[in-house]
Write a protein that binds this ligand. Structure first.
Ligand code: ADP
Ligand code: MG
Length: 234
Protein backbone atom coordinates (compact mmCIF):
# COMPACT_ATOMS: atom_id res chain seq x y z
CA UNK A 1 0.00 0.00 0.00
CA UNK A 2 1.30 3.47 -0.80
CA UNK A 3 -0.01 6.83 0.24
CA UNK A 4 -1.03 9.37 -2.37
CA UNK A 5 2.45 10.76 -2.82
CA UNK A 6 3.89 7.31 -3.39
CA UNK A 7 5.50 6.91 0.03
CA UNK A 8 4.92 3.43 1.44
CA UNK A 9 2.48 3.38 4.31
CA UNK A 10 4.47 2.12 7.31
CA UNK A 11 1.26 1.04 9.10
CA UNK A 12 0.29 -1.38 6.32
CA UNK A 13 1.46 -4.87 7.21
CA UNK A 14 2.37 -7.15 4.32
CA UNK A 15 -0.65 -9.18 3.28
CA UNK A 16 -2.99 -7.58 5.84
CA UNK A 17 -6.16 -6.00 4.51
CA UNK A 18 -6.10 -2.19 4.40
CA UNK A 19 -7.41 -0.69 7.63
CA UNK A 20 -10.86 0.77 7.17
CA UNK A 21 -11.20 4.44 7.95
CA UNK A 22 -14.27 6.62 8.35
CA UNK A 23 -15.69 7.61 4.95
CA UNK A 24 -14.87 11.06 3.62
CA UNK A 25 -17.27 10.88 0.65
CA UNK A 26 -20.56 9.21 -0.18
CA UNK A 27 -19.76 6.86 -3.05
CA UNK A 28 -21.55 3.87 -4.51
CA UNK A 29 -19.88 1.46 -2.10
CA UNK A 30 -21.04 3.47 0.88
CA UNK A 31 -24.61 3.55 -0.46
CA UNK A 32 -24.54 -0.25 -0.75
CA UNK A 33 -23.18 -0.65 2.79
CA UNK A 34 -25.81 1.84 4.04
CA UNK A 35 -28.75 -0.02 2.53
CA UNK A 36 -27.44 -3.43 3.63
CA UNK A 37 -27.02 -2.12 7.18
CA UNK A 38 -30.46 -0.53 6.98
CA UNK A 39 -32.10 -3.76 5.84
CA UNK A 40 -30.54 -5.58 8.78
CA UNK A 41 -31.54 -2.86 11.26
CA UNK A 42 -35.11 -2.77 9.98
CA UNK A 43 -35.46 -6.54 10.31
CA UNK A 44 -34.26 -6.27 13.90
CA UNK A 45 -36.62 -3.34 14.57
CA UNK A 46 -39.65 -4.72 12.71
CA UNK A 47 -41.56 -5.79 15.81
CA UNK A 48 -40.85 -2.53 17.61
CA UNK A 49 -41.92 -0.38 14.65
CA UNK A 50 -45.11 -2.42 14.31
CA UNK A 51 -45.77 -2.05 18.03
CA UNK A 52 -45.33 1.73 17.83
CA UNK A 53 -47.69 1.84 14.84
CA UNK A 54 -50.20 -0.37 16.68
CA UNK A 55 -50.41 2.28 19.42
CA UNK A 56 -51.24 5.23 17.14
CA UNK A 57 -51.78 3.76 13.67
CA UNK A 58 -52.61 0.47 11.96
CA UNK A 59 -49.71 -1.76 13.00
CA UNK A 60 -48.09 -2.07 9.58
CA UNK A 61 -45.04 0.20 9.77
CA UNK A 62 -42.59 -2.61 10.61
CA UNK A 63 -43.71 -4.78 7.72
CA UNK A 64 -43.88 -1.78 5.38
CA UNK A 65 -40.26 -0.91 6.15
CA UNK A 66 -38.89 -4.46 5.85
CA UNK A 67 -40.73 -4.90 2.56
CA UNK A 68 -39.14 -1.65 1.39
CA UNK A 69 -35.69 -2.77 2.48
CA UNK A 70 -36.01 -6.00 0.50
CA UNK A 71 -37.11 -4.05 -2.57
CA UNK A 72 -34.23 -1.60 -2.14
CA UNK A 73 -31.68 -4.43 -1.90
CA UNK A 74 -33.13 -6.00 -5.06
CA UNK A 75 -32.93 -2.65 -6.88
CA UNK A 76 -29.26 -2.21 -5.92
CA UNK A 77 -28.46 -5.72 -7.14
CA UNK A 78 -29.63 -4.69 -10.61
CA UNK A 79 -26.97 -2.01 -10.86
CA UNK A 80 -23.31 -2.43 -11.89
CA UNK A 81 -20.65 -2.30 -9.20
CA UNK A 82 -19.41 1.08 -10.45
CA UNK A 83 -22.79 2.85 -10.49
CA UNK A 84 -22.55 6.29 -8.91
CA UNK A 85 -24.03 7.00 -5.47
CA UNK A 86 -26.62 9.45 -6.83
CA UNK A 87 -28.07 6.88 -9.20
CA UNK A 88 -28.16 4.14 -6.56
CA UNK A 89 -29.91 6.37 -4.02
CA UNK A 90 -32.52 7.42 -6.59
CA UNK A 91 -33.04 3.74 -7.51
CA UNK A 92 -33.71 2.98 -3.85
CA UNK A 93 -36.30 5.76 -3.88
CA UNK A 94 -38.06 4.34 -6.91
CA UNK A 95 -38.14 0.87 -5.40
CA UNK A 96 -39.68 2.18 -2.17
CA UNK A 97 -42.34 4.19 -3.98
CA UNK A 98 -43.23 1.12 -6.02
CA UNK A 99 -43.21 -1.52 -3.32
CA UNK A 100 -44.26 0.07 -0.04
CA UNK A 101 -47.84 0.98 0.60
CA UNK A 102 -49.21 3.32 3.21
CA UNK A 103 -48.06 6.85 3.81
CA UNK A 104 -44.45 5.93 4.46
CA UNK A 105 -43.79 4.28 1.06
CA UNK A 106 -44.29 7.37 -1.09
CA UNK A 107 -42.72 9.60 1.59
CA UNK A 108 -39.52 7.54 1.93
CA UNK A 109 -39.54 6.97 -1.84
CA UNK A 110 -39.63 10.74 -2.30
CA UNK A 111 -36.92 11.31 0.33
CA UNK A 112 -34.46 8.88 -1.29
CA UNK A 113 -35.35 10.03 -4.78
CA UNK A 114 -34.80 13.71 -3.95
CA UNK A 115 -31.60 12.82 -2.09
CA UNK A 116 -30.28 10.99 -5.16
CA UNK A 117 -31.28 13.79 -7.51
CA UNK A 118 -29.54 16.36 -5.38
CA UNK A 119 -26.23 14.46 -5.10
CA UNK A 120 -23.51 15.06 -7.70
CA UNK A 121 -24.52 12.78 -10.60
CA UNK A 122 -21.14 11.15 -11.21
CA UNK A 123 -18.67 11.93 -8.44
CA UNK A 124 -18.77 10.86 -4.78
CA UNK A 125 -20.44 13.49 -2.59
CA UNK A 126 -18.57 15.56 -0.03
CA UNK A 127 -19.98 16.23 3.44
CA UNK A 128 -21.38 19.58 2.28
CA UNK A 129 -22.93 18.05 -0.85
CA UNK A 130 -24.59 15.36 1.26
CA UNK A 131 -25.82 17.99 3.74
CA UNK A 132 -27.35 19.96 0.87
CA UNK A 133 -28.99 16.80 -0.47
CA UNK A 134 -30.43 15.99 2.97
CA UNK A 135 -32.02 19.45 2.91
CA UNK A 136 -33.47 18.88 -0.57
CA UNK A 137 -34.82 15.47 0.47
CA UNK A 138 -36.51 16.99 3.52
CA UNK A 139 -38.08 19.73 1.36
CA UNK A 140 -39.48 17.10 -1.02
CA UNK A 141 -41.03 15.11 1.85
CA UNK A 142 -42.60 18.26 3.26
CA UNK A 143 -43.93 19.24 -0.14
CA UNK A 144 -45.60 15.84 -0.51
CA UNK A 145 -46.84 15.33 3.05
CA UNK A 146 -47.24 18.94 4.25
CA UNK A 147 -45.95 18.05 7.72
CA UNK A 148 -44.14 20.71 9.72
CA UNK A 149 -41.66 20.17 12.51
CA UNK A 150 -43.62 19.16 15.62
CA UNK A 151 -46.49 17.46 13.76
CA UNK A 152 -45.27 14.08 15.09
CA UNK A 153 -44.07 12.54 11.83
CA UNK A 154 -40.81 11.41 10.23
CA UNK A 155 -40.13 15.12 9.61
CA UNK A 156 -39.36 15.44 13.33
CA UNK A 157 -36.31 13.21 12.79
CA UNK A 158 -35.39 14.20 9.21
CA UNK A 159 -35.50 17.97 9.77
CA UNK A 160 -33.13 18.21 12.77
CA UNK A 161 -30.78 15.79 10.99
CA UNK A 162 -30.71 17.99 7.87
CA UNK A 163 -30.27 21.17 9.89
CA UNK A 164 -27.44 19.78 12.01
CA UNK A 165 -25.75 18.25 8.96
CA UNK A 166 -25.67 21.61 7.22
CA UNK A 167 -24.44 23.37 10.32
CA UNK A 168 -21.56 21.02 11.06
CA UNK A 169 -20.61 20.56 7.39
CA UNK A 170 -20.50 24.35 7.16
CA UNK A 171 -18.00 24.45 9.98
CA UNK A 172 -15.77 21.92 8.23
CA UNK A 173 -16.76 18.55 9.68
CA UNK A 174 -15.86 15.49 7.64
CA UNK A 175 -18.58 13.19 6.30
CA UNK A 176 -18.44 10.61 9.10
CA UNK A 177 -18.33 13.28 11.80
CA UNK A 178 -21.26 15.09 10.21
CA UNK A 179 -23.29 11.88 10.08
CA UNK A 180 -22.65 11.17 13.76
CA UNK A 181 -24.17 14.55 14.63
CA UNK A 182 -27.03 14.18 12.14
CA UNK A 183 -27.95 10.68 13.30
CA UNK A 184 -27.89 11.83 16.92
CA UNK A 185 -30.20 14.72 16.05
CA UNK A 186 -32.59 12.34 14.27
CA UNK A 187 -32.70 10.03 17.29
CA UNK A 188 -33.32 12.96 19.65
CA UNK A 189 -36.04 14.20 17.31
CA UNK A 190 -37.73 10.79 17.28
CA UNK A 191 -37.74 10.58 21.08
CA UNK A 192 -39.06 14.14 21.27
CA UNK A 193 -42.21 13.06 19.37
CA UNK A 194 -43.43 11.14 22.44
CA UNK A 195 -45.38 13.95 24.12
CA UNK A 196 -46.58 15.50 20.86
CA UNK A 197 -50.07 15.35 19.39
CA UNK A 198 -50.10 14.03 15.82
CA UNK A 199 -51.27 16.50 13.19
CA UNK A 200 -50.55 14.47 10.03
CA UNK A 201 -51.15 10.90 8.93
CA UNK A 202 -53.31 8.24 10.52
CA UNK A 203 -52.21 9.08 14.07
CA UNK A 204 -53.81 12.53 13.73
CA UNK A 205 -57.24 10.84 13.81
CA UNK A 206 -56.53 10.00 17.46
CA UNK A 207 -56.15 13.62 18.52
CA UNK A 208 -55.01 13.84 22.15
CA UNK A 209 -54.81 10.02 22.38
CA UNK A 210 -51.75 10.14 20.12
CA UNK A 211 -49.84 11.88 22.94
CA UNK A 212 -47.44 9.75 24.98
CA UNK A 213 -46.35 7.48 22.11
CA UNK A 214 -43.22 7.71 19.96
CA UNK A 215 -44.00 8.21 16.28
CA UNK A 216 -43.17 5.10 14.23
CA UNK A 217 -42.05 7.04 11.14
CA UNK A 218 -39.75 9.31 13.14
CA UNK A 219 -38.33 6.16 14.73
CA UNK A 220 -37.63 4.51 11.37
CA UNK A 221 -36.17 7.77 10.01
CA UNK A 222 -33.67 7.78 12.89
CA UNK A 223 -32.78 4.20 11.92
CA UNK A 224 -32.26 5.25 8.27
CA UNK A 225 -29.79 7.93 9.35
CA UNK A 226 -28.05 5.79 11.95
CA UNK A 227 -27.53 3.02 9.38
CA UNK A 228 -25.77 5.59 7.16
CA UNK A 229 -23.71 6.81 10.12
CA UNK A 230 -22.72 3.25 10.91
CA UNK A 231 -21.78 2.47 7.31
CA UNK A 232 -19.69 5.66 7.10
CA UNK A 233 -17.92 4.91 10.38
CA UNK A 234 -16.89 1.39 9.37
P1 ADP B 1 -49.66 4.32 7.22
O1 ADP B 1 -49.81 5.46 8.18
O2 ADP B 1 -50.29 4.60 5.89
O3 ADP B 1 -50.09 3.02 7.82
P2 ADP B 1 -46.95 3.68 7.86
O4 ADP B 1 -47.53 3.03 9.08
O5 ADP B 1 -45.98 2.85 7.09
O6 ADP B 1 -48.08 4.19 6.90
O7 ADP B 1 -46.18 5.00 8.28
C1 ADP B 1 -46.66 5.85 9.27
C2 ADP B 1 -45.69 6.99 9.46
O8 ADP B 1 -45.68 7.82 8.31
C3 ADP B 1 -46.05 7.91 10.59
O9 ADP B 1 -45.56 7.43 11.82
C4 ADP B 1 -45.42 9.24 10.20
O10 ADP B 1 -44.10 9.36 10.68
C5 ADP B 1 -45.36 9.14 8.69
N1 ADP B 1 -46.32 10.06 8.09
C6 ADP B 1 -47.64 9.90 7.93
N2 ADP B 1 -48.18 10.95 7.30
C7 ADP B 1 -47.16 11.83 7.07
C8 ADP B 1 -47.04 13.13 6.45
N3 ADP B 1 -48.10 13.74 5.92
N4 ADP B 1 -45.82 13.71 6.39
C9 ADP B 1 -44.74 13.09 6.90
N5 ADP B 1 -44.78 11.87 7.48
C10 ADP B 1 -45.96 11.26 7.58
MG1 MG C 1 -49.31 2.25 9.51
Amino acid sequence: MTSMDGVPDPTAGAGSPPATAPATHLDGGLVRRWIAELAQRLRAAEARLTELDAAIGDADHGTNMTRGARAAMAALAEHDEDTAAARLVAAVGHSLSRSVGGASGPLYGTWFNALGRSLPPELPATAMELATALGAALDAVQQLGAAELGDKTMVDALAPAARQAREVAGSGADLAGMLRIAAGAAEDGAVATIPLRARRGRASYLGARSEGHQDPGATSAAIVLDALRDAADA
